[in-house]
Design a protein around this ligand. Structure first.
Ligand code: DGL
Length: 275
């Protein structure tokens, strides 16, 4: 058993390039209502998914180290793109800190598919990463499943602009998903934490012709397991639903809209610069 190294009352740090990680934060709030949460976004530099690897690595590392500097007891990379690029390096540098990452749910996708044809929608950076390609090769071989991978170019930009439910998103989804439907794909892995916010558009475009795989609930459970393993879960007498601290490089405007209108959470906001 591991000895506790941090206080149970310290916050959990959650990082994403922008609003996407809020889709995971929503699940954490339901499962772990007593945890204090700091959400750090880099709205000034999002999206990350079409940037070169070296840029994603340095931006993500700076953001995560800012959260670590706040004394978080655990860190969640609620971003597939950042996880693919830095989670191994981060774990090597901070071996005592519980760190949870996210990756496209291609194994649950393979298990759920009847046709054994699974679509994966993720950022270009995630899809081309060594981490994802290694995962894909293993699952493909083991589950005898075909994967159709598509970069969701333009989607994150629209979601950051508050247009997750819009004709522009519908048009991109038609373009990306129709070829998958024609190939017999019956299951779609949402490989970017921004995408669950397109639920209305996805249901319109797909009309239930594909099952959707979102790893948000599984990631929240993984965080709960890590906290327990490290004896770091919030005390039973801690208050539920404390305001979430939301911090962004550049503007917090996209986050404010999502947190207030969609998640209906109390929050305190601040804008910072890491330069
Ligand atoms: N939400 C992120 C992900 O899960 C990244 C989006 C982006 O910045 O491109 O990959």
């Amino acid at each position: 058993m591991l000895a506790p190294v941090r206080s149970t009352s310290a916050p959990v740090g959650i990082f994403d390039s922008g609003v996407g990680g809020l889709s995971v934060l929503r699940e954490i709030r339901v499962l772990l209502p007593r945890e204090q949460l700091i959400y750090f976004a880099d709205c000034g530099n999002a999206p990350y998914g079409s940037r070169p690897d070296a840029e994603v690595q340095s931006l993500s590392m700076a953001a995560c180290e800012w959260l670590i500097g706040q004394g978080v007891k655990a860190l969640l990379l609620a971003c597939n793109t950042a996880t693919a690029q830095i989670v191994a390096g981060l774990r090597a540098k901070y071996p005592k800190l519980p760190i949870v990452g996210v990756e496209p749910g291609i194994k649950p996708g393979a298990l759920a598919s009847q046709t054994k044809k699974v679509g994966v929608l993720a950022t270009a950076s995630t899809l081309s990463s060594t981490k994802f390609q290694t995962l894909l090769a293993g699952v493909r071989e083991h589950h005898h499943c075909e994967f159709l991978c598509q970069a969701g170019l333009g989607l994150v930009e629209l979601i950051e602009q508050g247009k997750a439910d819009s004709p522009e998103v519908d048009a991109l989804l038609h373009r990306y998903l129709e070829p998958m439907l024609e190939s017999g794909v019956d299951t779609l892995v949402l490989g970017c934490t921004h995408y669950p916010f397109m639920d209305a558009a996805l249901h319109r475009v797909l009309a239930q012709r594909m099952r959707l795989i979102d790893t948000g609930p599984a990631v929240a459970k993984q965080l709960a397991r890590k906290l327990e393993e490290h004896h770091l879960g919030a005390n039973a007498d801690a208050a539920e639903g404390a305001p979430v601290r939301i911090v962004s490089i550049g503007t917090v405007a996209p986050l404010r809209g999502m947190v207030q209108e969609l998640l209906r959470l109390e929050a305190v906001y601040s804008e910072i610069s890491l330069a």
